[in-house]
Design a protein around this ligand. Structure first.
Ligand SMILES: [Fe+2]
Length: 188
């Protein structure tokens, strides 16, 4: 099966799972299962087709859009990244799922406290597993292996539409808002 039809049939099944956009944690598990199954076709999602950033580039990760509806729902990206990624704790304001294809991506999860955040648990996303988050859930991403990594990031709404994603700036102990992502490569 080629990549386009494999992606389209996966997103079709995910769209049907969400029944009028009513997404709860058990629905997210079902969506994650569909993405895990797509990720098993590793030959469709290689670093050859989804190149990581060149060493020393300003950004250590590249996002390639492989699906998004015309109303910007069901946005699916291939994330191709190198060691050196450390995001602050942040939410997404829509549901979000990460599923591994190749390499290790460490995720830390947090709860809000009066003066910021505290870690609740960590999970390493790699081939065969993934993590799912509801709109207010908080996580941070850490990539420090020697090899580039590839994984899926899927969001209920495309990243350019998310104007109120909050992150916690540890240096100032303040919640701030991420600017919408501005460096997404279309690979549909
Ligand atoms: Fe995130």
């Amino acid at each position: 099966m080629n990549r386009r039809s494999a992606v389209e049939s996966t997103v079709d099944r995910i769209r049907r799972l969400t029944k009028n956009n009513d997404v709860d944690p058990s629905c997210l598990m079902a969506i994650k299962f569909e993405l895990l199954s797509l990720a098993q076709q590793r030959e469709l999602f290689t670093q050859h087709d989804f190149a990581p950033p060149t060493p020393g580039a300003k950004r250590q990760s590249c996002l390639y859009r492989i699906a998004e509806d015309s109303d910007h729902r069901f946005a699916l990206y291939v994330n191709s990244a190198r060691a050196g990624v450390d995001t602050p704790a942040h939410n997404h304001t829509t549901w979000a799922i990460i599923v591994g294809i190749d390499g290790d991506e460490m995720n830390r999860f947090y709860r809000r406290t009066d003066d910021g955040v505290e870690i609740t648990h960590t999970e390493t996303v790699r081939a065969g597993n993934g993590v799912a988050m509801m709109p207010d859930d908080l996580h941070s991403i850490h990539i420090h292996g020697t090899e580039p990594i590839i994984n899926f990031h899927m969001y209920g709404l495309g990243l350019e539409q998310l104007h109120a994603r909050q992150y916690f700036e540890a240096e100032t102990s303040q919640w701030k808002v991420f600017p919408p992502h501005d460096d997404i490569r279309d690979a549909r």
